[in-house]
Design a protein around this ligand. Structure first.
Ligand SMILES: [Zn+2]
Length: 509
């Protein structure tokens, strides 16, 4: 019998990892999935077929070449169901028949896997029995266990908490130098991250710990109480994978390149932006999920945007040579960043960030989109963009289109803009002069221009900083706009974006 190619994909990863807004449960869930994906899947398959070969296993997906494909799939599905309780994985196989090219096998396999996933079981079982209590944490499952915080929780949440504790002990062991695993045996994200950070010359890990809650990250933020959520995702990675034609080796290389690159990009962004302060007990960030080309993390509020940009740039830089040779163009990732109060309900925090990311991807590749949650905006950027940020005005001769934001940005433009925001802050450009400009963009062209002129007339040397803002985002040709500048067939303004970021860009560094 010819061997088969088996493909796995974890079902509804985010639903499982983010079933609750509790930091410990989130990263416990993430740790369980990492271990199942990177280690246990292979172990279970090799027990059935010792000659099985791993093509890749990361990012919640896996591909193996093995005999007894049916048994392998069943075993891996059972493994996931036992360890996660509420999570699941789907598998499909295609025999490596000589009559099909590798590309055709992959195509068929993808199709089969999609079909299996579409028909796969729903994880939510409604609780109906009146004497049974639902989990205090996720609210979805029957509760049967006492948590250490007086909550009565379900088996799924219990397992997540246990995993988090295990990782916590492991972190202590790593930091104290008692246990550094060889690289090939590092599965969970902190297992992979910490030894690298410890080796990094000017990153101080001594006496530091992973934050215990989102509020602790809020406490470390400036302004205090806020937190940044970063959601990064590779652009069209599935399409790229389908372009690889000839052999397994290519798929393996692609998967490893992307997996390594996102990790390295993350590591370097942490080294650059996320140093713990000497007097603080906790690292100013945490990783909630990292797999394949998908990354979800939280940081202190004032570092979120720049951390995200560094991840994007380094990822592209590291993969460039490989990607240009293979696909004729670089690999990119897009990012959504939300800044909100750390007490903001995590479910909404994540949803908003997902929407920001989706919007960024719709507008192109390698873009960053951001939003600061305040009283003025709704919790849906795409809706705001349609209803609030875009408007049309009928002038005497023509109808003009206005857009009140330049989001999403490419990193080069946003870097320039942030530099100019720093200049504003250095030049003591008062927030109360920015406020009328921010409000002006919501009135009509004539009125907003008048307001702009009024603000300009009261400025002296700070005028240069406002000029810098326009130069950062537009090709002004020496002509300095007041509030709006024209690009293609629309008028744009950077002031809303500047006002949103202003408080979250550390000044004068
Ligand atoms: Zn639960």
């Amino acid at each position: 019998m010819r061997r088969s190619l088996i493909s796995f994909d974890t079902d509804r990863i985010k639903e499982y990892v983010f079933a609750t807004g509790d930091l410990k449960e989130i990263r416990g869930a993430s740790g369980i999935l990492d271990e199942l994906n990177r280690k246990e899947t292979e172990r279970v398959i090799k027990r059935i077929d010792p000659t099985a070969e791993k093509i890749y296993a990361n990012g919640g997906s896996a591909m193996f070449e093995a005999d007894e494909a049916d048994l392998c799939i069943q075993a891996v599905e059972n493994l996931y169901s036992a360890e996660t309780v509420t999570g699941s994985i789907s598998g499909a196989f295609q025999s490596a028949d000589n009559s099909l090219s590798f590309k055709e096998i992959i195509k068929t396999l993808n199709y089969k896997l999609r079909t299996v996933k579409d028909s796969s079981k729903s994880s939510l079982k409604p609780v109906t029995h009146p004497f049974l209590r639902t989990c205090d944490s996720c609210g979805n499952e029957y509760a049967g266990y006492q948590g250490d915080d007086k909550k009565v929780i379900c088996l799924s949440c219990k397992k997540k908490r246990e995993k988090d504790l295990e990782v916590k002990n492991n972190i202590e062991a790593i930091l104290s130098g008692r246990r550094i695993k060889p690289v090939a045996e590092r599965y969970e994200i902190w297992d992979r991250l910490l030894p690298e950070l410890m080796e990094s010359k000017d990153y101080d890990t001594e006496g530091k710990d992973r934050p215990e809650s989102f509020n602790q990250i809020g406490d470390l933020s400036s302004p205090s109480g806020y937190m940044g959520l970063i959601y990064a995702d590779g652009d069209s990675m599935g399409d790229k994978l389908e372009q690889l034609e000839s052999e397994e080796e290519e798929v393996k290389e692609f998967s490893e390149t992307v997996d390594q690159a996102i990790f390295q990009a993350l590591l370097r962004a942490i080294e650059k932006h996320l140093h713990p302060n000497k007097e603080d007990q906790y690292f100013p960030f945490d990783i909630l999920m990292l797999g394949g080309d998908d990354l979800v993390m939280v940081t202190v509020a004032e570092k979120a945007v720049e951390t995200a940009m560094t991840i994007m740039d380094i990822f592209e830089e590291i993969t460039k040579e490989y990607a240009v040779k293979k696909f004729g163009k670089p690999l990119t990732i897009s990012v959504g960043v939300t800044i909100a109060h750390a007490k903001f309900p995590f479910g909404s925090f994540l949803k908003l960030t997902e929407d920001l990311l989706k919007f960024a991807k719709k507008k192109g590749k390698g873009r960053i989109n951001f939003q600061v949650v305040n009283a003025g905006n709704s919790l849906n950027f795409s809706e705001d963009y349609k209803n609030l940020f875009k408007h049309k005005e009928n002038m005497i001769k023509e109808s003009r289109k206005f857009v009140r934001t330049l989001r999403p940005y490419d990193t080069e433009t946003l870097r320039h803009l942030i530099e100019q925001i720093r200049n504003l802050k250095k030049g003591d450009f008062p927030r109360n002069k920015l406020q009328p400009l921010r409000e002006a963009v919501f009135s009509d062209y004539g009125y907003s221009t008048l307001t702009g002129l009024a603000v300009y007339s009261r400025l002296k040397e700070q005028r240069g900083a406002l000029k810098g803002i326009f130069e950062a985002v537009a090709n002004t040709d020496g002509d300095i706009p007041i509030v709006w500048f024209k690009k293609d067939d629309s008028y744009y303004t950077p002031f809303l974006d500047v006002a949103e970021l202003y408080d979250f860009i550390p000044g004068g560094e």
